[in-house]
Design a protein around this ligand. Structure first.
Ligand SMILES: Cc1cc2nc3c(=O)[nH]c(=O)nc-3n(C[C@H](O)[C@H](O)[C@H](O)COP(=O)(O)O)c2cc1C
Length: 193
């Protein structure tokens, strides 16, 4: 955080997903600091249903080789220029964290664990935002590709629920309005007018 910290409300209301990262790397220390606080998300049974695969600094460069293979269709057939263009979606962010959640065979526990890990992700997004670091939760199909999972060292019974991108940006991300509250709220017990 540079200057004064955002209030919780300010962080929630002003945070936006960043899709126009500027290529500046995010250091591993920042990611670790954010995750250290983000894990205070509520989780049922104190199961701590998460683990993280962090790729930052020179390791992000190593990850890019894997992302090229799984994230760019027919990458071998592309010209260097086209490949570089396609790779921008991975090279523009400055680091990535893969959030890995146990796939409990029991539906209740599985859903609770996904919900808890989702709260953790929002915590991380808000904490990053407070530091001037943008994030985007990405769910490309290749997260479930067995070969990609293997490349990341993800075990049977685990699921990668997010490629959480971190990075810096020059232009403020667009704000997408939410439905007005009166469209999504009914007050129980009040007569309809
Ligand atoms: C579960 C989940 C999955 C998402 N997956 C993607 C994705 O694969 N690609 C993407 O560009 N954005 C993804 N997003 C980001 C949303 O598109 C973004 O949060 C949404 O547009 C709201 O914008 P805001 O975060 O700026 O308020 C995902 C968000 C969530 C919560």
């Amino acid at each position: 955080m540079i200057g004064q910290a955002l209030s919780v409300r300010e962080a929630i209301v002003t945070r936006r997903s960043v899709k126009n990262f500027n290529g500046q790397p995010v250091d591993a220390e920042s990611i670790t600091r954010i995750l250290e606080d983000a894990v205070w998300a509520p989780n049922h049974g104190h199961r701590n249903p998460w683990r993280f695969i962090v790729a930052a600094e020179k390791d992000y460069g190593k990850l890019l080789e894997v992302l090229r293979e799984f994230g760019v269709p027919k990458w071998q057939e592309l010209s260097e220029e086209d490949l570089e263009k396609q790779m921008k979606k991975f090279t523009n962010p400055g680091a990535a964290v893969f959030v890995v959640v146990p796939e409990d065979a029991r539906q209740k526990e599985r859903l609770e664990d996904y919900a808890a890990a989702s709260m953790l992700i929002q915590n991380a997004q808000l904490l990053a935002w407070d530091e001037g670091i943008g994030t985007c939760w990405k769910t490309p199909a290749f997260l479930d590709n067995p070969k990609f999972r293997e490349a990341l060292g993800v075990e049977q019974g685990e699921r990668i629920i997010s490629m959480l991108q971190f990075g810096y940006f020059d232009e403020a991300p667009k704000s997408r309005p939410r439905k007005p509250l009166n469209e999504v709220v009914t007050y129980f017990g009040r007569d309809s007018e």
